[in-house]
Design a protein around this ligand. Structure first.
Ligand SMILES: [Zn+2]
Length: 242
């Protein structure tokens, strides 16, 4: 259910694993993604189960319509009847409102400035990392009073740089923009390390209080991996303030 969780000065960070939900194969068990072909009723139940295990009201969890883009949106209430915006980062100052990000190999990024009372969730795959979605989230937080020196970051389970094989030209293109993402697979071919790229971007912005999940989704049987399984579920990361 909840694979990793911690709290820093009233800011809560949590990442799910794939177990203790109700979805059938190939989404077993805790698929939290609504656009992957799973039974919508099962997804709704899973979202309720995950929220309850975190002590959250499922109605106060805000999801995104993720499109691998660079944009961030400020949110102060659940979307309700409004269309869910196509963004890959959301930011809030509303206490008790949980921000959620869906992934299966991409890097989920949770950010909080507990002093300013600002949190953000971002979805950074290779295109989003290159496009700067995480710096966009930090800038949006700063506009709401956050200071990079106080921002605490957790990056969650994601495909690691030793597993994320890409064509040589793609690695060259990505590393030209973010050298830290340059990687090689464990079998010696070109690769990209998206999480390393995200951490390098944060370091340059002065965000130093960071931690990275040791889990590689492709290597872990307890996590969903799009690259491994193609048709599969989605994990979620949640961030919120007391
Ligand atoms: Zn790996």
């Amino acid at each position: 259910m909840i694979g990793q969780r911690d709290t820093v000065s009233g800011a809560h960070f949590a990442f799910t694993d794939r177990w203790s939900g109700v979805s059938a194969a190939p989404y077993e068990e805790l698929n939290l993604g609504g656009a992957v072909g799973d039974d919508p009723e099962a997804v709704r139940t899973n979202r309720e189960l995950a929220a309850k295990s975190l002590g959250l009201d499922p109605a106060l969890v805000v999801w995104m319509n993720q499109v691998h883009g660079p944009d961030a949106a400020v949110v102060d209430a659940p979307w309700g009847e409004k269309p869910v915006p196509e963004v890959d980062a959301i930011v809030t100052v509303r206490r008790g409102l949980a921000l959620a990000v869906l992934t299966a190999d991409c890097t989920p990024v949770l950010l909080a400035d507990p002093v300013a009372g600002v949190v953000a969730a971002a979805h950074a795959g290779r295109p989003g990392m290159v496009a700067g979605v995480v710096p966009a989230a930090v800038r949006a937080m700063m506009e709401l009073g956050a200071d990079p020196s106080r921002i605490v970051v957790r990056t969650g389970p994601a495909v690691c740089g030793r597993c994320y094989e890409v064509p040589e030209a793609m690695r060259a293109e990505v590393s030209a923009l973010e050298p830290a993402a340059h990687a090689e697979t464990s079998w010696g071919t070109p690769a990209v390390d998206v999480t390393a790229g995200v951490h390098a971007q944060l370091e340059r912005l002065g965000v130093r209080d960071r931690a990275q999940s040791p889990v590689c989704t492709l290597e872990s049987g307890d996590h969903f991996s799009y690259r491994r399984d193609r048709t599969t579920g989605r994990l979620a990361g949640y961030v919120w303030l007391d």
